[in-house]
Write a protein that binds this ligand. Sequence first.
Ligand code: KG4
Ligand code: ZN
Length: 344
Amino acid sequence: MNILTLETSCDETAAAIITDRLEVRASVVASQDELHKRFGGVVPEIASRAHLQRILPVIHETLQQAGMSLDDLDAVAVANTPGLAGSLLVGLVAAKAICVAQNIPLLAVNHLQAHIYACRLAAAPQEVFPCVGLIISGGHTSLYRCLGPLDFEMLGATIDDAAGEAFDKVAMMLGLPYPGGPSIQKAAASGNPKAHAFPRSFIRDDQRLDFSFSGLKTAVRYSIAGPGRTDFTSIDLKPQQVADLAASFQEAVVDVLVDKALAALRKTELHMLCVGGGVAANARLRKRLQSAADDAGVQLHIAPLRLCTDNAVMGAIAIERLNAGLTESLDLDVYPGVIRRGPR
Ligand code: KG4
Ligand code: ZN
């Protein structure tokens, strides 16, 4: 069977064709980074318009890459939660239109669960469930107890900024280009991670599996502008100052993510950790997670770099739903918010 998977939850327009044996026949990602760059973050209205312009060419290119036509498709899967409402809608209506035209089933994909499923794809044929799932992206930072590919329960989440959002905002303060994660990682390479003692929220509270990055962001701001001051537009940072701030910020985020992932493993008594989402591409985090997992005797699966940031290949999770008979009716809607428990 060939399943077309669509992903438009945020600012990547992506499509892939996956077989029911998890083979990737084609994958196309059209990034909108260039459009959002000058705003330092994703502008929802611009994102949904760009999806609208790109979705058909992206689907066309995906079919071409696979050497297939619409007639070769057996189902269409689409990310319908969580994400930006207008962006999700573009993928959903495109998916519905193909399902109607071709008379094939529609499948729903939970974008966060798909980020964890990227680990399953990379590890196959090795099983990754049951595991603790850590999802760290531009829009979300959350921990899940994942008993199976369709059985996720949220253990905790950020109460303010997502980890990737903090990277993007701090990069902007440091005058580094968007997206902030890769540019902070690059600047941090020549910086001292101990130069600034930035806060690590909730780190001593093992029972609380939530995250908070907004205090950290403010601490960086005060380090640039001076205590209590927020306006630093006229302050010119030297390259070494930028590097030290970037390295100290990155280390604080990494400390918190590693600490909370380990706390979740202790709490759930699970011995497998799967990590996905754009921030999982961070080299320092990958290294620290690996040594923490080795010390704790935990098996670690981090999504491969090409599957960390948004893509449609991870929509292969829809095959689990197809196998479980969980197809959708054509009145399927988008759910922009996070669903804390259940198969969606
Ligand atoms: O998963 P993703 O593509 O989109 C969402 O679902 O949000 O994640 C994008 C986020 C951005 O905030 C970006 O700055 C961050 O992932 N990111 C990184 C790195 N590469 C991307 N953060 C830290 N280090 C990186 N190397
Ligand atoms: Zn994502």
